[in-house]
Design a protein around this ligand. Structure first.
Ligand code: UFG
Length: 330
């Protein structure tokens, strides 16, 4: 069985990827500093190393002990809003941290990697569907910190022989359809879990960050991708990167191709939960592009991926089931 090193594997998306890797005959090895992840989000039978990607000695030890066939690199700071306040942390953790990991891979002769990139690299554009050939122009340091890593990977592929894929995630949401894991950020900043917490009465109201965007209802449009589909994309991308030792670097969007506004998400949450709650209109959140919707064709062409749960309603249903079953956990 091949070992796959997964940095940030105890996080929201990482814990879903661990399940999919095991279901597909891989052995995940999780490397996570638990700054945002949860030890109990992953099965106790998965090897777990609590360490930071800036720690060379810990990285060397994990490569020597487990000899991973490939790396899935997810460890990162993820809040675009926070990056507008503290950009240095994002460049340090996301950009310099990735460089450190890639150097550890090089030292240990591991050259296959799937990297978690983001739709935030696109920034504000006037196209309906974003595709990977477009010039990147991130609106915030978070997006720029990830775009820089993509640039590094292109060089590591052409000069050091890496075989790499960067997956540009759109808005990950939902929970494992069987309820084994789900979203538990602390503090929570993402729209769908915040709306569900409001529906459950844990929050007094949900704020809409800006209703004056140039969109049909004035609120931001995002492409919500089910976390189970996102996890599946990693397993398929892993198959692609490990299928050859030839140097290569590819970028693929992971989204559904369908946009949903903030107001539409709130309405759907009201329908799914059958609960009503307070909605308050607030100012725009700095760094938020008006619309981010994927053209997901390339992921299908490159490694045969397509979403199984493209409907935002299903995403919200699974998120709500997980929330209700785990309401006391944090
Ligand atoms: N929003 C609100 N009220 C809230 C929270 C969010 O109106 O209380 C709005 C935001 O302004 C945005 C939308 O809901 O328009 C989605 O916001 P999220 O914070 O849920 O997600 P983001 O789009 O900011 O970012 C997420 C991930 C990033 C990723 C990006 C890709 O956090 O890591 O999706 O689209 F890069």
């Amino acid at each position: 069985m091949q070992n796959i090193l997964i940095t940030g594997g105890a996080g929201y998306i990482g814990s879903h990827i661990c399940i999919k890797l095991q279901e597909n005959g891989f052995q995940p090895v999780v490397f996570d500093n638990l700054s945002n992840g949860h030890r109990d989000a992953i099965s106790p039978n998965i090897p777990f190393v609590q360490a930071d990607i800036s720690d060379d000695a810990a990285l060397n030890r994990v490569f020597e002990e487990f000899k991973p066939a490939a790396v899935i690199h997810m460890a990162a700071l993820i809040e675009a809003g926070a990056s507008m306040v503290e950009p240095a942390r994002f460049y340090k953790v996301n950009t310099a941290g990735s460089l450190n990991l890639f150097e550890a891979m090089r030292r240990n002769d591991c050259r296959h990697i799937v990297f978690s990139s983001t739709a935030a690299v696109y920034g504000n554009t006037d196209v309906d569907l974003l595709d990977e050939t477009m010039q990147v122009q991130a609106e915030n340091p978070y997006g720029r910190s990830k775009a820089m890593v993509e640039t590094m990977l292109a060089d590591y592929a052409s000069i050091y022989g890496f075989h790499a894929v960067a997956l540009r995630y759109f808005n990950a949401a939902g929970a494992d359809p069987m309820g084994r894991t789900g979203e538990r950020h602390d503090p929570e900043t993402h729209l769908i879990p915040l709306v569900l917490q409001t529906a459950a009465g844990q929050r007094d109201h949900i704020k809409i960050f800006g209703a004056d965007y140039d969109t049909p209802d004035g609120t931001c449009i995002r492409d919500y991708i089910h976390v189970d589909d996102l996890a599946d994309a990693h397993v398929k991308a892993l198959g692609y990167v490990t299928s050859s030792d030839e140097p290569a670097f590819e970028i693929a969007n992971i989204g559904t191709g369908q946009g949903c506004s903030v107001k539409e998400i709130i309405e759907l949450c009201k329908e799914v939960t059958a609960l009503d709650f307070n909605v308050v209109q607030d100012a725009r959140r700095p760094g938020d592009p008006a619309r981010l919707v994927a053209n997901p064709a390339k992921a299908n062409e490159l490694f045969g991926w397509q979403p199984k749960y493209p409907s935002p309603r299903k995403i919200i249903e699974h998120a709500w089931n997980f929330y209700q079953a785990n309401i006391q956990r944090s």
